[in-house]
Design a protein around this ligand. Structure first.
Ligand code: IVH
Length: 667
């Protein structure tokens, strides 16, 4: 082995070690800075000496943006599910069945049942070679590249007492904290929310762009080893050994020698699971000895040596009294069930979300039905079913309304969307009030002192009919109103006046154009720089902006095509609201990359990918995801996808290094 190869292998070994200390043990032994330094050195060396390439190098944790369709792989051992139980009696029955089948002493291992998406990992000679989803149990999707981005999954094992080949199965999870952050982001961007961390984890695992997967911070617990030459006959010992190999094994695992031990385990986790950072939906009990497992065998669907005990789904039964319909600021109609108040996991529930028409139809709801209400991972309780046995006098079938409950306009349903909309955006009151509330909100114009109730009052009194009317409000109009007085009147007028300084990108967000969230507004503001240029933009010009697709482009185009928009914009302009980017905001922007379309691929040493993206835009260029005939440059980093490289070479696209790129934008 030459000097370079030795250094590369040493760096890989040390980085694997630090990765394990940081992510699995939660106990880093070096600073982030030193870690980044070592990673940069390794990236540099791997780029210089591609002959030492290794698909399991720690540099692969960042993922790649090559879109990859998944191939289906047959499982060597089928991925079965577990029999479910819901009561202690059913668990006791399982215990007795095992007892009479075995006729000898046995131990049960209690584990948590993690609520994510299951995965089967194959290791050969100590390196991860394949990761496959459960699929239909017989074959699943090969998601190896995505799984490699999960930092708690070892790419290479830590000691050398592992079998030459084995499989290990477990659950991929999105921690609650990551889930909540992701959903908050999606809400801001008006993207559909994930219902719970399980859906978020499985959705993420199926993304075709592994660099996005890397950013989602998934975690994984492993709970089941399979192979011909496992270290021990005892499941618990095997998992403890797997822990030494570098896998994340739950600390909750416990040996239970009696039925009472089992009950104690249930009692403990029924309460304490609420403090875990990840979602669990029950407990799994497994016979510890592999020899005994084999003797017990399987039924067609599940093992006889294991059982799941499901936590009480937080469910209640109550009566459906009526359904009401709320109109949002975009005109979307949300159906809400009004219920007899019922206690559900600590709170009293009176209303539940019915989501959309399709869900109402599939539940076959009738007024007066006794319905099941659940609080799952979701924040708002939902109706999961109807107690058909309790249906004596059948009430009226719930049918989605056909006209807006607020303005009477016939509702419409757009292609590909589950929601019904009230199309009367000009004069439907909740839509107008909703738009005003959005306009004054903190992330938009940040007009303090005005809340929902005040907006409602002003609207009812005819003081404001649209967002521009805010700027003509007089202190004298307000001061005479109930509950307001001189001081609040002055505050409101001052806050409105101060909003004239809010930068253009936030004004654009504040307008409440459908699908234009904070990030999109910023992109459009930098790309077009003024409302007039944006209003004139064609669909082609709009979609030419990075990350603006046809859905957003059409929405922006339709918004400005509306005659009322022109009037509104003129009113706002006259009121002194910012309608273009200020010179200071554009000061560090140049035209050096004007007209250039640049694709970024691989990993970089001097700046992150996001920084390169920002640099391209700052200098007037356009960043796109895939190489085409329109691509001007391919900005190539380390570990570049071979498909991209091949395509670029074939199309004659100029390939530039990060140094060359930085040279191009330097003065
Ligand atoms: S053992 C042959 N252990 O629950 C049995 N499964 O309904 C293999 N799960 O598909 C599974 N936590 O996705 C096992 N500690 C645990 C588990 C667990 C969650 C999931 C797994 C499985 C499903 C069975």
């Amino acid at each position: 082995m030459d000097r370079i190869e030795a250094r590369i292998s040493q760096l890989r070994k040390e980085l694997d070690e630090h990765n394990y200390n940081y992510y699995v043990l939660n106990a880093p032994t070096i600073s982030d800075r030193d870690f980044d330094c070592m990673m940069a050195e390794l990236q540099q060396l791997e780029e210089q000496y591609p002959q030492y390439d290794d698909p399991n190098s720690p540099t692969r944790r960042v993922g790649s943006d090559i879109n990859k369709a998944f191939t289906q792989v047959a499982h060597r051992y089928p991925m079965l599910s577990l029999g479910n139980t819901y009561t202690r009696e059913e668990v006791a029955a399982f215990y007795t069945r095992v007892q009479s089948a075995l006729q000898e002493p046995f131990t049960i291992i209690g584990e948590l049942k993690y609520d994510g998406t299951s995965i089967s990992l194959t290791y050969e000679d100590g390196v991860l070679t394949q990761a496959v989803t459960r699929g239909d149990g017989v074959k699943g999707d090969d998601v190896t590249e995505n799984v490699k981005t999960i930092r708690t999954i070892p790419l290479r094992l830590r000691s050398n007492d592992y079998p030459r080949t084995f499989e290990i199965r477990g659950e991929i999870l999105m921690p609650w904290a990551v889930f909540e952050k992701l959903n908050a982001e999606r809400e801001r961007e008006e993207e559909p929310l994930f219902a719970n961390p399980r859906n978020a984890a499985s959705g993420t695992l199926k993304l075709q762009n592994s660099s996005v997967v890397a950013s989602r911070q998934l975690d994984a617990y492993l709970y089941y080893l399979l192979g011909e030459e496992l270290p021990s006959d005892d499941h618990f010992d095997n998992l403890e050994t797997a822990r030494r190999w570098g896998f994340k094994i739950s600390d909750a695992m416990k040996r239970c020698d009696t039925l009472d031990d089992i009950y104690a385990f249930i009692d403990y986790w029924d309460v304490n699971r609420k403090n875990l950072p990840v979602a669990t939906d029950g407990i799994v009990f497994k016979v510890a000895s592999l020899r005994q497992q084999k003797a017990l065998g399987f039924t067609a669907k599940s093992p006889r040596w294991a059982i799941a005990y499901k936590f009480q789904a937080e469910q209640a039964v109550t009566r459906l009294n009526s359904v009401s319909y709320q109109v949002g600021r975009t005109g979307a109609i949300t159906p809400v069930a009004n219920l007899d108040p019922v206690q559900l996991s600590g709170t009293i529930v009176k209303r539940a979300s019915l989501h959309n028409d399709d869900i109402i139809q599939s539940l076959d709801l009738h007024i007066g039905d006794m319905v099941f209400v659940e609080k799952g991972g979701e924040i708002i309780p939902k109706i999961t079913g109807v107690d058909m046995d309790a249906r004596i006098l059948i009430g009226e079938k719930v049918r989605f309304i056909t006209h807006c409950p607020e303005c009477g306009t016939p509702l419409v349903r757009y292609e590909g969307e589950a929601a019904w909309y009230c199309p009367n955006d000009e004069s439907c009151p909740p839509q107008i009030k909703g738009r005003i509330e959005h306009f004054i909100s903190r992330k938009a114009m940040n007009i303090d002192g005005l809340g929902t109730e005040t907006v409602d009052l002003f609207y009812r009194l005819g003081l404001i009919r649209d967002i521009a009317d805010l700027y003509t409000l007089q202190e004298s109009d307000i001061a005479s109103l109930d509950r307001l007085g001189d001081k609040s009147a002055r505050n409101i007028v001052e806050a409105v006046a101060a909003s004239r300084e809010v930068p253009f990108e936030r004004v654009l967000f504040a307008l409440g154009i459908r699908f234009v969230g904070e990030t999109v507004a910023k992109k459009l503001a930098y790309a077009f720089r003024s409302i007039d240029r944006l209003a004139e933009a064609t669909i082609e010009e709009l979609t030419a902006v990075d990350e603006i697709g046809t859905r957003i482009a059409n929405s922006v185009h339709d918004y400005f095509a509306h005659p009322d928009t022109t009037t509104l914009i003129e009113k706002l302009r006259t009121a002194g609201v910012q309608m273009e980017m200020k010179v200071e905001q554009l000061a560090d922007r140049t035209d050096r990359l004007q007209g250039a379309t640049i694709v970024i691929s691989g990993t970089f040493t001097q700046h992150s990918r996001d920084e390169y993206k920002a640099l391209i835009e700052q200098h007037g260029g356009k960043n796109t995801g895939s190489v085409s005939a329109k691509t001007t440059y391919l900005l190539a980093g380390d570990n570049m996808g071979p498909a991209k490289l091949e395509k670029a070479t074939k199309l004659g696209v100029k390939i530039i290094s990060e140094e060359e790129f930085l040279q191009m934008i330097a003065e």
